[in-house]
Design a protein around this ligand. Sequence first.
Ligand SMILES: Nc1ncnc2c1ncn2[C@@H]1O[C@H](COP(=O)(O)OP(=O)(O)O)[C@@H](O)[C@H]1O
Ligand SMILES: [Mg+2]
Length: 183
Amino acid sequence: MAAILTVDGLHKSFGSHQVLRKVSFTVEPGHVVGLVGPNGAGKSTIMKIILGLIPYDRGQVTIGGQSVGITSHQALGQVGALIEYPGIYPFLTGKQHLQLFAQGPDKQKRVDAVVHDMGMEKYINSKAKRYSLGMKQKLGVAQALLNEPALVILDEPMNGLDPAAVKSSGILSGLRQTLAPAS
Ligand SMILES: Nc1ncnc2c1ncn2[C@@H]1O[C@H](COP(=O)(O)OP(=O)(O)O)[C@@H](O)[C@H]1O
Ligand SMILES: [Mg+2]
């Protein structure tokens, strides 16, 4: 199957500090791929480059065969992402956040589906200022999955979730729903 994401020979330096040297990998549709490495290894830098947020020095990134860079964001229409902490509006409810980001004719259906898949029913109608860190994090992941993107990029999605919450967070089942082949 053709790769949804191709990272080929990526180089990136911040000033004289070389962070990425010839990084290459591909991701096929329906697969979950983890970037593993100690703090400072360059994981977030790779994800920011894939999302066209920061420039790179050499190499190529393509999503669905289309090149991505700091000035070419067209391919990112098929991508959902959460990088670092989600941007939260304290006076909106979780559901209002999702309604704001939902696209297409089935907006309400998409919102209800992601709330259900991630088990957020209990607090989705409360204002986000009352959310715990973990609840905010889940809302950020829900936003990333909401529009059933072809590619999902999550940077430390379990931030702020305790072990029990990780297990029951619904993030994995939400991902499974998103990645399941259309029936
Ligand atoms: N904007 C920046 N300016 C300078 N150095 C940076 C910047 N962003 C990241 N770095 C450096 O790049 C390295 C990789 O960072 P990062 O990709 O955030 O690592 P990870 O996500 O694997 O912990 C670190 O040494 C970090 O200090
Ligand atoms: Mg990081």
